[in-house]
Design a protein around this ligand. Structure first.
Ligand code: ATP
Ligand code: MN
Ligand code: MN
Length: 299
């Protein structure tokens, strides 16, 4: 009895039903599967509201972030349906989780990135959030990306829409707009397209709404394509399968100017950030009641 391991790691190991807990998932950081389960346990109150009861796409990397990864949009053989649900959305199939046990099951399945739909299982055909994904082309400075996010916010504010910002965990920023689920995916994408087009028209030297690599050089691609039916963006507080074990991290508009990169927050420093925060940077996200304006973006 005296030799029984009572460390938090042992408790999580038991709860999470992990096989190969010592498998290294981020070699550069030495983060193991058990380490990932520990990370999500610590921040579960922050991430769960963004990932439960939504259709999910999953980036699975069974051998870790440096080995082969693949996007999993459907249920797979051997999945524990008590923990990960197989869901139908019209013609499409997806998976969903409900709680921390479900999140542990994702870790067990080698999921290093969680990409939810911008809609819930309750109302999957009506998006409750839009994402403007700012993708800097070659030669764009970080300050340029920050200014781009602020420009998206200001443009949206001009049509009475509040928005929130997070690091992508990669090169860019994501501006997220909470919505009352009312418009269709078709309308949501059309609206997001019109925002990207208006910004590109106003500042063609800074922005592009064209995915083509050539148009992106020196510019930010305002990727509005995250807003079509079945499209996804990485969840707030999801880890990324990239060097340094970065995490997509919500920040306030006020602190955005102090953020130095899209991958500044990582598994290794996110818990400390959250511990020292006065308020939830997205505290108002769930309280905002707004819809896409009828006439599109021209005000
Ligand atoms: P970065 O800041 O480095 O651009 P990002 O997460 O925004 O990071 P993008 O390449 O812009 O990366 O992709 C945006 C989103 O598109 C992803 O988060 C993901 O949800 C989705 N996506 C990208 N590639 C695929 C893919 N092959 N299959 C499914 N979804 C994808
Ligand atoms: Mn991006
Ligand atoms: Mn993109």
């Amino acid at each position: 009895q005296g030799s029984r391991d009572t460390s938090p790691g042992a408790a999580i190991l038991e709860k999470a039903h992990l096989t190969h807990p010592d498998r290294v998932l981020w070699e550069d950081e030495g983060i193991t599967k058990l380490g990932l389960a520990e990370f999500y346990t610590e921040i579960s109150d922050w991430i769960l509201p963004h990932i439960v009861n939504r259709p999910l796409s999953l980036l699975r990397c069974p051998g870790g972030s440096q080995k082969e990864c693949f996007f999993q949009k459907h249920a797979w053989a051997g999945l524990d349906e008590d923990l990960i649900q197989r869901v139908r959305v019209g013609e499409d199939e997806a998976v969903a989780i409900q709680d921390l046990s479900g999140l542990f099951a994702l870790v067990q399945a080698g999921v290093l990135e969680i990409h939810p739909w911008g809609s819930t299982l309750k109302n999957p055909e009506k998006p409750d959030r839009l994402v403007f994904d700012l993708d800097p082309g070659e030669g764009v400075s970080w300050d340029g990306v920050v200014q781009g996010a602020i420009d998206v916010r200001d443009h949206l504010q001009g049509i009475s829409l509040e928005s929130f910002v997070k690091t992508s965990g990669g090169k860019g920023l994501h501006v997220v707009v909470p919505l009352r689920p009312k418009a269709s995916w078709e309308e949501a994408k059309e609206f997001a397209d019109s925002v990207a087009a208006a910004m590109t028209k106003a500042s063609p030297a800074l922005y592009t709404d064209t995915m083509a690599k050539r148009a992106r050089t020196g510019r930010i691609f305002i990727d509005y394509l995250r807003n079509g039916r079945g499209a996804t963006a990485v969840a707030p507080y999801s880890t990324r399968a990239r060097a340094g074990a970065p995490v997509s991290t919500p920040v306030t508009w006020e602190e955005l100017s102090t953020i130095r990169s899209g991958n500044q927050y990582r598994i290794s420093n996110l818990a400390a950030r959250l511990l020292h925060l006065q308020d939830d940077p997205w505290g108002e996200f769930g309280n905002i009641d707004q819809v896409i304006p009828k006439s599109g973006t021209r005000s």
